[in-house]
Ligand binder design. Sequence first.
Ligand SMILES: [Zn+2]
Length: 219
Amino acid sequence: MAVPGEHHPAFEEYCECIFELAEDDMELIQARIADRLQVSRPAVSEMIRRMEHEGLVTNSEGISLTAKGAELAERVVRRHRLAECFLTDVLKLSWAEAHHEAGRWEHVISESVEQAMTRLLGNPTTCPHGNPIPGSAYQETDATPLAGCAIGTTFTVRRIPEELEFTPGLLEFLESSSIQPGHSGIITAVSPDGTLTLEIDGNHVGVGSFASERILVSA
Ligand SMILES: [Zn+2]
């Protein structure tokens, strides 16, 4: 039986998904949700109907979270990103493992564990990938897509948006190439197909346009 204030994990998952699609300025349509959650479109439309009934979303001109839905989303996203910090900083898991595990932890962390983690980690403002922790003291920095930088630009990585965290194999690639928040590099070449060559922490790596258009840096 549901305890008051607790939600079905599926509601949490959908609220989180809608929050993160909006965060990355993606179109809030059922097809995007189905792609991200890897479920069928009929399953999404059924769940959106249930969430409307629960007062978590509205679905008139596109899907959006109500105040109640946004509160639930922020709580789940906060716990996901805090868990990622804990799993990488304390347990030393890889980026990809941490992202995967945090997808489970986000549903079971209680208020008091959340507070203890926040304290232990020293009030982090972002996850290891640079995405803001809702409710933290995060301050927006002026970051631009890596793809907009010319040859010779030195840059510091700020943020790997959530969309890239869901792209298979990408977190492994970025971590092994040191393309991580706080690391600085220089653009050494741009090929006609938009692939950038970077030198970062002594590595020379090529980054395709899908990733470079999304990775945010300060130049
Ligand atoms: Zn993250």
